[in-house]
Write a protein of this length. Sequence first.
Length: 258
Amino acid sequence: MTSVFYDRFERHNHGEGLKGHATHYCAGCGHGLIHKYLAEAIDELGIQDRTIAVSPVGCAVFLYYYMDVGNTQAPHGRAPAVAIGHKTANPGAIVVSYQGDGDLASIGLAEIMHAALRGESLTVIFINNAIYGMTGGQMAPTTLPGMKTTSSPAGRDVETSGFPIRICELLATMEGATYIARRSLHNPTEIRKAKKAIKQAFENQLHGYGFSLVELLSSCPTNWDIPPAEALKWIETQMVPVYPLGDFKNVKKLTSNE
């Protein structure tokens, strides 16, 4: 158990009833797991009083319901800019930008690329569920070829809509990026690796190594319109071949504080 999670979610229905003890996420959604591992990493590293989480516009907009850390709500796609502002004003803070694929890979693509290019000392958690979740299941930049969404009911046509963007592969080419990893939440083995990667991304910031991003393949059973158990299998069979798992960059910046 971690002290970073509130015992009761006072901001969620004033902590009353079921809402005071459960997250607002749909059944089978990966955000709850990711929140748990974020909280555990913050607790294990002893950085709760220094941590500032920047919440996105998206399904995780209410991150501040659940975690007892500093929090700022950012406009859609602008979480890296807000995070940089916090880090610049308070270099001793540990700043985490928490973003979904529609937020980071679409409207926020320029923001995240320039944060990586400059080697900003941030921890970015990037949730890829291949769809816009909060707004009703539209096609995202990460939507797979042929995948049906509310805005591509016949499936994503790469001739008219292009190919999915691979954020890790893109950012790993940038010298300011020092830790770029993609993990998944579809089985216990990969979940353990995801937790470890999240903690390393925080450790890198503690040591001043530069920009770190962990991409997490996560399910969205509601908008995929499949049961949660099948959604986990779908990640393994459909998403992982398009978004291979692993470390794409793992170096220690020469200008680190060590």
